[in-house]
Design a protein around this ligand. Structure first.
Ligand code: C2E
Ligand code: MG
Ligand code: MG
Length: 742
């Protein structure tokens, strides 16, 4: 804006502004103008020329410097100087230009306006200086008539104000941008809304009372209604977050918020403002109560901020939805396995020493699903989940697997007894009342080491142990269980290697006819001598071989060894000796067990009747009919079948009756005390039963002559035990046979 050269000098140039505004100064605020000149007269002339001038509603206030150096000091001290009227030549020819450099470069003040003045008409600074340092005007002192001076000052201050406004906007926007960036990190809806309100005071530069309100459904935990809720608050003396808006008991605020929501637009009333936040289907209202009115800029900034906040509000909802899909179980609405791992992470790291984590596995859940249908199964799971939620502490519940629930809470409320009690009453699933029990695996804080995944693994170990136990249906994790697992895995590995390297042996324990004392056969018993020379009991390694499936190959080998032995025996005139081998369940499960036995018999060309298979009652637990069929097939080929450890299992007599048996073996447990008064009842019953079924009865574990005598009285046919001979290597058995037949 340049003044017209032809204007009257005495005319106070007022641009196109409103005259009232210019003259109507409130007297409080003033524009600070610095006059810099080494000639004191210029100071007074300038001040006189500009006396009574009011620019954009404010009067002028003057500061004076008489050298470049003084000017620099004054400018540094006074932050509010808006205009410098600067002489170029003072203590040096370029003292004024140095002040300009100081203002722009040293102080970094780009907003201060500068008007250069020089006494020497020919002495003009280079054009580049004017451009580079953003100088408003360059005048010779003689040019500065009152009118021109007023015009210049007015234009300079006006441009200062525009720069200041742009700066204010920029700073406001920076606050919005950085505020929005902070909000990005907030993932819960409540946290986000709180974050939005927290930014308000810095954006509008005053403290406010504010509420973030929306309808409850899906936003507030457990709020399924459409009432207005307060999600977050700023200011206000009482805690309002998560409460219904009406609990505020301020009819005016409630009304304003609801109207804003219904009318879908911002509403403002005196110092109260309601902003309508909308993005997609997500809608909310931010209510604020101001301390003083907002400037136009602040109002605009606030609106920009709200637009931004609406985008974030939608995002945080979408994030919430995604989170729900990833971390919630759809059926029970409980945290799922993934979330349980996160809960366990927190559990492992927390310092709540009394916390405990549990896995609950429903027993026979698949029977409910298979027998009554999946719908009933689902209702049952929902009922269990509901009952778990009645536990009287602030515990966290999750559905970890199809019929497995997880809990983390305090060890006072979560105990084997309290959980067992929860399962005492049947569960209602639709029309059905279902009695259900469960196994519990616990992990205390003491043993919860490492990550959530590791802890889950630990509780799983405890749960598996609980499932295997006969008496208790719960177990606590301790590192020893893991050690035991490790030991077991190592043993299996060694057994596999040693078997492959032929380090297993088959020993023989003689069996005798009780009446004659004649050796009639032997039981083949596995022996494992490790490379170190250490003997491992079959009671230890047979279960491991069964667990690992290794027993199938080992069992084949045993049958072949026994057949080979029968062959050698018959070639040495001991062809009336029967060899019994023990058979485990996994051998039957393979399906072609009968064929593999027949193969061995054919390979070694032996009389099938000299091979006896010892089975236990337990083989009937799995699939009795399949076992019975296989045994019948073997029996048809002439192989003898003995029932080992009779009386120690739990099989049904009706199945037992269907087994094609030749012999019953009375377990050592019933022989040990057989000679004692009144303690032979079971042995007596088994012998009588065997006789009734037309079977031979052999007693095992005879260690003393008294036991032999009592068994003779009871009518037992055959015996086996340390009293006669311990199990021995095959050559020793030959020797034993030779000695006993001579
Ligand atoms: P089992 O079939 O009941 O074998 C009898 C066990 O009683 C043998 O233990 C034997 O040494 C022991 N015994 C015999 N007479 C006496 C006695 O008078 N006093 C005492 N205290 N014990 C006596 P062993 O050899 O330790 O075998 C333990 C179990 O391992 C066997 O019980 C059997 O179930 C299993 N087993 C052994 N070899 C094999 C095999 O080749 N295959 C399978 N599947 N299991 C086997
Ligand atoms: Mg046996
Ligand atoms: Mg036995």
């Amino acid at each position: 804006m340049q003044a017209s050269e032809n204007s009257d000098d005495d005319f106070l140039f007022i641009d196109d502004s409103d005259e009232n505004e210019i003259l109507d100064s409130d007297g409080k605020e003033a524009w600070q103008v610095l006059i810099v000149d080494d000639d004191p007269e210029i100071h007074s002339v300038t001040q006189l020329a500009l006396s009574d001038l009011v620019v954009l509603g404010r009067r002028l206030e003057y500061l004076h410097a008489y050298s470049g150096q003084d000017a620099c000091k004054l400018i540094e001290k006074n932050q509010n100087i808006v205009l410098v009227l600067l002489d170029v030549v003072m203590e040096t020819d370029d003292a004024g230009l140095n002040v300009v450099k100081y203002i722009r470069e040293e102080l970094g003040r780009q907003d201060i306006r500068i008007v250069l003045r020089t006494g020497q008409p020919g002495y003009a600074p280079e054009e580049s200086v004017i451009k580079e340092y953003d100088i408003n005007d360059y005048k010779t002192k003689t040019e500065l008539t009152r009118r021109k001076l007023v015009t210049t000052v007015y234009a300079a201050i006006r441009s200062y104000q525009q720069i200041a406004r742009v700066n204010e906007n920029r700073q406001g926007l920076e606050k919005i941008v950085s505020g929005s960036a902070n909000l990005l990190e907030l993932h819960s809806i409540a946290e986000y809304c709180q974050g939005v309100l927290k930014q308000l005071p810095s954006i509008i530069e005053q403290n406010v009372e504010a509420l973030f309100c929306a309808r409850g459904q899906g936003i507030i935990d457990n709020a399924d209604d459409l009432s207005f809720y307060i999600i977050a608050q700023q200011g206000f003396s009482s805690v309002l977050a998560k409460q219904k808006l009406d609990t505020l008991k301020d009819e005016q605020v409630s009304q304003q918020v609801k109207s804003c929501y219904m009318q879908k637009k911002h509403l403002s009333q005196d110092l109260s403002q309601c902003f309508y936040i909308v993005r997609g289907t997500y809608r909310a209202v931010i209510y604020i109560h101001l301390q003083k009115p907002l400037s136009e800029t602040q109002q605009q900034l606030l609106e920009v901020f709200y637009t931004n906040a609406a985008v974030g509000y939608e995002n945080v909802h979408l994030f919430h939805k995604l989170n729900k899909a990833a971390y919630r179980d759809g059926l029970t609405n409980l945290p799922n396995r993934l979330d349980f791992v996160r809960l366990l992470d927190v559990f492992a790291k927390s310092d709540k020493e009394n916390d405990i984590a549990v896995l609950i596995d429903l027993n026979h859940f698949s029977d409910v699903n298979d027998g009554l249908g999946q719908d009933v199964g689902n209702l049952l799971l929902a009922a269990v989940s509901k009952r778990l939620q009645t536990i009287d502490c602030d515990c966290k519940i999750a559905r970890v697997g199809s019929d497995v629930f997880g809990l983390v809470g305090c060890n006072n409320c979560i105990t084997p007894a309290s959980l067992t009690q929860l399962f005492e009453q049947p569960f209602t699933a639709g029309e059905q009342k279902l009695p259900i029990n469960a196994c519990f695996g616990f992990c205390t804080k003491e043993h919860a080491n490492g990550s959530g995944v590791k802890v889950l693994n630990q509780i799983n170990i405890a749960l598996n142990l609980a499932k295997k136990q006969r008496n208790d249906h719960f177990a606590y994790y301790n590192p020893e269980i893991e050690d035991a697992t490790l030991w077991r895995l190592n043993m299996i590995r060694e057994l596999r290697t040693d078997f492959a390297e032929n380090r297993l042996e088959l020993w023989y324990q003689p069996q005798l006819a009780l009446h004659t004392g004649k050796v009639i056969g032997a039981e083949a018993l596995l022996r494992w001598r490790k490379e170190t020379g250490e003997f491992i009991s079959p009671a230890v390694f047979i279960p491991l071989a069964e667990y690992s499936g290794l027993i199938v190959d080992i069992g084949d080998w045993v049958v072949n060894q026994a057949c080979q032995q029968i062959n050698s025996l018959s070639s040495q005139q001991f062809d009336d000796i029967t060899i019994s081998v023990n058979v485990s369940i996994p051998q039957f499960r393979r399906g072609n067990f009968a064929d593999s036995v027949m193969n061995a018999i054919n390979t070694h060309q032996i009389n099938a009747a000299k091979l006896e298979l010892e089975i236990t009652e337990n083989i009937l637990m799995d699939d009795p009919q399949m076992m019975i069929d296989a045994l019948v097939k073997l029996k048809e080929h002439g192989i003898s079948i003995a029932l080992d450890d009779f009386g120690t299992g739990f099989s049904s007599l009706s199945y037992l009756q269907q087994l094609p048996l030749d012999r019953l073996k009375v377990d050592r447990a019933f022989v040990t005390h057989v000679a004692k008064e009144g303690q032979s009842v079971i042995a007596e019953t088994i012998i009588a039963l065997g006789k009734k079924m037309g079977l031979k009865v052999i007693a095992e574990g005879i260690e003393e002559i008294e036991q032999q005598e009592r068994l003779l009285e009871l009518g037992c046919d055959e015996v086996q035990g340390f009293y006669y001979a311990k199990p021995m290597p095959k050559n020793d058995f030959f020797q034993f046979l030779k000695e006993s037949s001579s």
